[in-house]
Ligand binder design. Structure first.
Ligand SMILES: Nc1nc2c(ncn2[C@@H]2O[C@H](COP(=O)(O)OP(=O)(O)OP(=O)(O)O)[C@@H](O)[C@H]2O)c(=O)[nH]1
Ligand SMILES: [Mg+2]
Length: 299
């Protein structure tokens, strides 16, 4: 095809700014998980879409904040590496929060990123117009942006304009993926992420941050059904008990919700088996980081 364009667009921002919600809205399908809790996304997740002659490859990144644990440091390093490798970097600000310390920290480090940046104020469905204008003005004084967009990733307001601008802004070049591909993540990884999203929905306080999910078995059965076995790793026996719940109630609800959603995406019947294992200190185990698609920070 003549005159095609293709580019990588990283979406970065503070935890909970709505990066994953926006990526799903841009792609028009759920390729990355979302929750009301912070630090949901752990690795770089690509979502792909075509707009006219352009293929847009969006890169969802973990939220950027001041990390303490080893896993947090790996997530933040990964987020910045996503920005460094992209053709364009979209900086998302939660307009409900405005320019707080976290956002200031991100804007302050943008100068180190060579790819051009653009600004996105998200959650405009819940913020007054004057406030939006003030945030846009202040953010543009702190960093250089090629353009500013105001969107609601939740309602889709402003998303088509953003997509149209990106389509003409990405560099000329051949498409890197087949036109109908929406994600480059294997189904077994997406399925693990979906189960992790249900953990975020149903477990309180710190527990989701101490757990991770891996798909061990993905087997197509003769009738076309799929058998999936996943392990939820936690750090302590007490956490395992909470994930199971009284009489196995919690794990059953998590499995039920995950199975429904995986079946929708796989477009076939899914038999999902969840196991909960204690793996003390998995947060210090390089193998688990590899499984999540993260670099293991040495210190
Ligand atoms: N009202 C409103 N809520 C939104 C909007 N976009 C996202 N949210 C909500 O904000 C919360 C966080 O959304 P995510 O997409 O998970 O945010 P994130 O930036 O990917 O978060 P991390 O992966 O933890 O860094 C969820 O509860 C979303 O439903 C929006 O445009 N309007
Ligand atoms: Mg996210």
């Amino acid at each position: 095809m003549a005159d095609t364009r293709c580019g990588f667009i990283a979406l970065i921002g503070a935890p909970n700014a709505g990066k994953s919600t926006l990526l799903n809205a841009l792609v028009g399908s759920k390729v990355t998980i979302v929750s009301h809790k912070v630090q949901t996304t752990r690795a770089l997740i690509r979502g792909i879409t075509v707009q006219g002659q352009s293929q847009l490859v969006f890169v969802d990144t973990p939220g950027i904040f001041s990390p303490r644990r080893r896993l947090d440091r790996a997530m933040v390093t990964t987020a910045w590496s996503g920005a460094h490798e992209a053709d364009l970097v979209g900086v998302l600000i939660d307009a409900r929060k405005g320019l707080d310390e976290e956002v200031d920290g991100i804007l302050g480090r943008l100068g180190e990123v060579r790819s051009p940046h653009f600004l996105i104020l998200n959650k405009i469905d819940v913020v007054a117009k004057e406030t939006l204008l003030t945030i846009a003005k202040n953010a543009n004084e702190k960093a250089v942006f090629e353009a500013t967009f105001m969107v609601s990733a939740l309602t889709g307001d402003g998303v088509p304009d953003l997509k149209a601008w990106l389509a003409q802004r990405v560099p000329p070049g051949p498409w890197l993926y087949p036109p109908d591909q929406m994600s480059d993540a294997p189904m077994r990884q997406l399925a693990a992420e979906i189960t992790r999203e249900k953990l975020f929905d149903r477990l309180h306080q710190e527990l989701p941050y101490h757990s991770t999910v891996e798909t061990e078995v993905w087997k197509e059965l003769r009738g076309g059904d799929i058998r999936i076995e996943q392990t939820i790793y936690v750090e302590r026996e007490s956490q395992r008990k909470i994930v199971l719940g009284k009489g196995g109630r919690t794990i059953k609800a998590i499995g039920e919700a995950a199975r429904k959603e995986i079946a929708e995406i796989a477009e076939t019947k899914v038999h999902l088996f969840l196991f909960v294992k204690v793996r003390e200190g998995w947060g210090e185990d390089p193998e688990r980081y590899r499984a999540m698609g993260l670099e293991f920070p040495k210190d």
